[in-house]
Design a protein around this ligand. Sequence first.
Ligand code: NDP
Length: 485
Amino acid sequence: MTYDAQPQASHFIDGTYVEDKAGDVIPVIFAATGKEIARVHAGTSAIVDQALTAAQAAQKDWASWSPRERGRVLTRAAAIMRERNEELSQLETLDTGKPIQETRVADATSGADAFEYFGGLAGTLTGEHIPLGQDWVYTIREPLGVCVGIGAWNYPTQIACWKGAPALACGNAVVFKPSETTPLCALKVAEILIEAGLPKGVFNVVQGMGQTGAALVGDPRVAKVSLTGSVPTGRRVYAAAAEGMKHVTMELGGKSPMIVFEDADIENAVGGAILGNFYSTGQVCSNGTRVFVHKSILEAFLDRLAARTAQAVIGDPRDDATSIGPMVSEAQLNLVLGYIDKGTSEGARLVCGGTRLDREGYYLEPTVFADVTDDMTIAREEIFGPVMAVFAFEDEDEVIARANDTPFGLSAGVFTRDLARAHRVIGRLEAGSCFINSYNDAPVEAPFGGSKMSGVGRENSKAAIEHYSQLKSVYVRMGDVEAPF
Ligand code: NDP
């Protein structure tokens, strides 16, 4: 892989790269080596203003396009992303440290899916006609205006596209702020949209830390904020948005349960637990990090889990064979190591992993704890790393109560061959995105998002349209006005 990661400039505003060296330097560190591969500057207040001015100026014209024409731009962007999948996957790997075998199938491809899906949907967005005898009401689906997207660092391409695609389909303009940890990928998305025919100013990227995000959220020109991040950040951003009565979508953290009943196909359930805990080195919000296994199959499950986890290929994410890359950053690695220490000191049984690899980069073994109890720190807090906690349970009511005993409500999974039980249990689990005999699928056609502290609103699917548009209702009177005097 010989990709030069350094972008032309830090920001992408009004259809072009823009630099302002007055902003703080943000070094881009390749997680596999710990070395700097690029650097950008945080957006100053002048840059924030420039981006919002461009977005506001471009939005009205974009909204006046016929929806099908808007859709055509998005589907063209999807095609370009697919053509450039290799290049975009390499960049995603450099930005995040995720293995190339993952980024080739999960990042630009899912971004392209979003542009394709919402591109197709654009021409179908309508209001409705509501008959009232001889009078009637019709509704007009209108864009919100300027939408701000703020991203986490685990899926920088996908997050930019999941927010951008529905926003643009509805006729909004976007200013996107990537995580300071992964600033590179969203710039490529902006470039591709311009190439696909998006008018300048409709999709802009501004780099920066939380402060830049806060400046965007607080600006009165902004109508909507969509955040992917942690619960504490979500709370702050939601509160700031409320000041201006702005629309919000909050895609936040989780501590999701995965329940394996005694009749489950053990091999499949082990596969689900691996996928739902170790993909992207465990840095996935919807991961099923609390794995409840029926007591009667617990040891068999743990044996297969340990055996299959031993087959993981931990290594340079640029190698095709690597299935576990490094953690995204040293800070995240140290945070996760702290949780592993807590797991051990609070009495959980370390089944495998738990150690940082003695080599350059931020490598951590996939880690499984058994004998975890519900009150342990590793059972309660989101770790956001490759650490699985396995619990024993005995009956259905008990496991449902324990699965729901968390402030989070992002995802939940059930493994069983008993279909009646599968649907019954899923119906009682408090989570937004659920799985039966599967884990972590996120097709663009399905709503994605959390309940409880895990979030507000939904991304993807037709449901996202509700979060990027508003209805104007128009009463039409055919006769005379009935005035009181
Ligand atoms: P953070 O909450 O730390 O940051 C998220 C984004 O918000 C970053 O771009 C950050 O900037 C920005 N930010 C921080 N403070 C503010 C503020 N006051 N105003 C506006 N923006 C601000 O999350 P991480 O990046 O560490 O990502 C991990 C978290 O994201 C986990 O909790 C994970 O569960 C969640 N997540 C949720 C997903 C979902 O769809 N539900 C998907 C992926 C992740 P910067 O970091 O650059 O300073």
